[in-house]
Design a protein around this ligand. Structure first.
Ligand code: PBG
Length: 339
């Protein structure tokens, strides 16, 4: 017989609803499904290329044919969307990032090959210049000698280029356009360019709230997009500023964004929650390369249970307010939900 509390001692017993596995499955507020996930893919020119990214075990630079293989596998486990990043040969990069506007570049080629292969998934394209510029910054640079203390990206000159890049992706078959460069006015410029070419139906997923983060390190290996000088702090946000996230988010909504993203994910859960409480648009969260690398590295050392930590972090993102989750774990997480 179990012991009884002394008479008069009163407290609530929340454990009653955790008492059995059956009860624990009831009243669950946050459930992940494979269609929550979006897989980021790094695509490069060639045939049969599957080049491992050292700092991201399980992630590869893929040629378009290999990207198709990967997508077939994740389509089977119920993932419904992917986002493409182009890996451009050094020789094809210049200061203006002209390769971004080439209708035959690897992102456009992959879109065509994927559509022709009969894969029925939503194709999102990342819209930015850092993978295409020789200097690795996210747009056209300001001219030295301008009244600026630091050389940086010329906002308005870059807007025009972004509009052209968006139309390039739309013509190749992108289903959603995702501007990620943190230029002011990018959503308006992209919307205007898309509409002028008849792509009124294409949604914009805006990287509205993107903090300058050291968690992007492994991505820059994967996409060969590290800046050759300085950093991205004159356009990406400062992690010590919280309220600015709401300003960025509302500005992008006013410019016509359909979905807003917060990035990185776990270190900025409070920001994601702020947005969830203050705007009604759908939200996306990006579990970025460094978040993935940390989990993989600890798991390889046997210090963390990879599968459990993966599901716990993805659940946190959804619980904080994410409707869409960009994650390099998309396939493993969807598989784990099916098991
Ligand atoms: C392009 C872009 C970056 C990421 C997504 N889009 C790199 C950056 O801003 O430096 C990072 C994603 C990741 O770390 O997984 N601007």
């Amino acid at each position: 017989m179990s012991s009884r509390p002394p008479p008069g001692l009163r407290f609530a017993r929340y454990r009653r609803l955790r008492h059995s596995a059956l009860l624990r499955e009831m009243g669950v507020e946050t459930r992940l499904t494979p269609s929550d996930f979006i897989l980021p893919l790094f695509v490069c020119k060639g045939l049969g290329v599957r080049k491992p990214v050292k700092s991201m075990p399980g992630v590869f630079q893929l040629s378009p044919d290999q990207a198709v293989q990967e997508l077939r596998a994740i389509e089977k486990v119920g993932v419904k969307a992917f986002i493409l990043f182009g890996v451009i040969e050094r020789e094809a990069k210049d200061d203006a990032g002209s390769a971004a506007l080439d209708p035959a570049n690897v992102v456009c080629e992959t879109l065509k090959v994927v559509h022709a292969s009969g894969i029925r998934m939503t194709a999102i394209t990342d819209l930015c210049f850092c993978e295409y510029t020789a200097h690795g910054h996210c747009g056209i640079l300001t001219k030295p000698g301008a009244y600026l203390r630091e050389q940086t990206v010329d906002n308005d000159a870059t807007l025009e280029q972004l509009g052209r890049q968006a139309v390039n992706h739309a013509r190749a078959g992108a289903d959603v356009i995702a501007p990620s460069g943190m230029m002011d006015g990018a959503v308006a410029a992209v919307r205007c360019a898309l509409d002028a070419e008849g792509f009124l139906h294409l949604p914009i997923l805006s990287y509205a709230v993107k903090y300058a983060s050291a968690f992007y390190g492994p991505f820059r290996d994967a996409a060969d997009s590290a800046p050759s000088f300085g950093d991205r702090r004159s356009y990406q946000m400062d992690g010590r500023r919280r309220r600015e996230a709401i300003l960025e988010a509302t500005a992008d909504l006013e410019q016509g964004a359909d979905i807003l993203m917060v990035k990185p994910g776990l270190p900025y859960l409070d920001i994601l929650r702020d947005l969830r409480e203050k705007v009604h648009a759908p939200l996306a969260a990006y579990q970025v390369s460094g978040e993935y690398a940390m989990i993989k590295a600890a798991a390889q050392k046997g210090w963390l249970d990879e599968k459990a930590v993966m599901m716990e972090t993805l659940t946190s993102l959804k619980r904080a307010g994410a409707d869409w989750i960009l994650t390099y774990f998309a396939r493993e997480a969807a598989q784990s939900l099916a098991d």
